[in-house]
Design a protein around this ligand. Structure first.
Ligand code: FMN
Length: 318
């Protein structure tokens, strides 16, 4: 069984991925948050740093590209192949209105004929393996079989499915039934994604679905960095290692970013880590609302006094 770390824009950046991989085992692939080539065939300095192979020591990194025009996707795939990558991931799942309005991300799911033109171009010219990350459909999970039938016509190296439609964004119930009913008709390796937040939930899910070989986990790993290790039979998360991980992230961000940016990053990191602790509601609020680094540090110190939950992971409603 394999576990992938999902791309999380604003969280799983260069220092985060490197520190996580240095301290915690169990992740077969990390994915960059999407990079979006401009119509002038450019990437920002931040995006270039995200995909710099020199920033990925000792782990497998798959760059993710978002684009509505095949020539832009292929240009970026070419650049990445030249850097030595062997796989890129196509983002066909981002639900954000500003993204979908441009026909990107989940916006590609609004027209299967448009998507076919895009995929024809990409898969006939790509110099590199292309995997796809998508959703069950735009509006309705009943769209999924037709989407799958289309994707079956291409050498998609792997299909990662977030088991919601675009209209659900990240809310409401996931629909694993729609995902699994498609499994027998799928010619490419399938990866399940969505709302598996703790080691216990992942283990139960895999037991119930023995045909599934790979999970992609996002928020669960942002909360419990040892989730993959634990699921694969290793040690559960300890408070000491969580503290060390937190401090390494804090130090790395301090060396890289301005104080304001460090505060933004750490509030996001701390908000997720707080999910691992018992009775952390008040401290989590202090972390989310910290208006200075010293206020953040005080709240984080309180957090690490608390006991860990039995099955630590992301808490969706906290
Ligand atoms: C803050 C945030 C940022 C995200 N950024 C990306 C992204 O850049 N690319 C992408 O494909 N998905 C992105 N996602 C979706 C996640 O990769 C993942 O599909 C989603 O969180 C569901 O998985 P989970 O329930 O395990 O968290 C993002 C999700 C969140 C919450």
């Amino acid at each position: 069984m394999q576990i992938y770390f999902a791309p999380l824009q604003g969280i799983t950046d260069v220092p985060f991925r490197q520190i996580h991989a240095d301290l915690f085992s169990g992740i077969s692939k990390y994915f960059t948050p999407f990079i979006s080539p401009t119509r002038n065939y450019n990437l920002t300095n931040h995006e270039l740093s995200e995909v710099d192979p020199g920033n990925a020591h000792g782990f497998t990194l798959v760059p993710q590209i978002i684009a509505s025009r095949p020539e832009l996707f292929l240009w970026a795939a070419d650049q990445l192949a030249e850097m030595g990558y062997t796989e890129v991931n196509l983002n066909m799942g981002c639900p954000s209105g500003t993204v979908t309005a441009k026909g990107k991300g989940a916006g590609m799911l609004t027209s299967l004929s448009g998507l076919k033109c895009f995929l024809d171009e990409v898969y006939s010219h790509t110099p590199i393996r292309v995997s796809v990350k998508t959703r069950l459909g735009w509006q309705n999970p009943e769209e999924f079989p037709d989407l799958l039938e289309l994707l079956n016509d291409y050498p998609v190296s792997e299909l990662i499915v977030h088991s919601r439609t675009r209209s659900q964004f990240y809310k409401g119930e996931t629909n694993p039934e729609a995902f699994f009913s498609a499994l027998p008709h799928c010619r490419m390796p399938l990866v399940y994604n969505g709302d598996l937040f703790t080691p216990g939930q992942c283990i139960e899910f895999m037991k119930a679905n023995p045909g599934l070989k790979t999970l992609m986990i996002g928020r669960g790993l942002a909360a419990n960095p040892a989730l993959a290790r634990t699921v694969l039979g290793g040690a559960p998360l300890s408070r000491t290692e969580l503290h060390a991980y937190h401090d390494r992230l804090y130090n790395a961000y301090t060396q890289t970013f301005s104080s304001n940016a460090v505060l933004g990053r750490m509030r996001e990191v701390g908000k997720h880590l707080a999910c691992c602790f018992d009775d952390a509601g008040k401290v989590r609020k202090k972390i989310r609302k910290a208006s200075s680094l010293s206020a953040y540090e005080a709240a984080a110190a309180q957090l690490f006094e608390l006991p860990l939950r039995d099955d630590p992971g992301f808490l969706p409603d906290s």
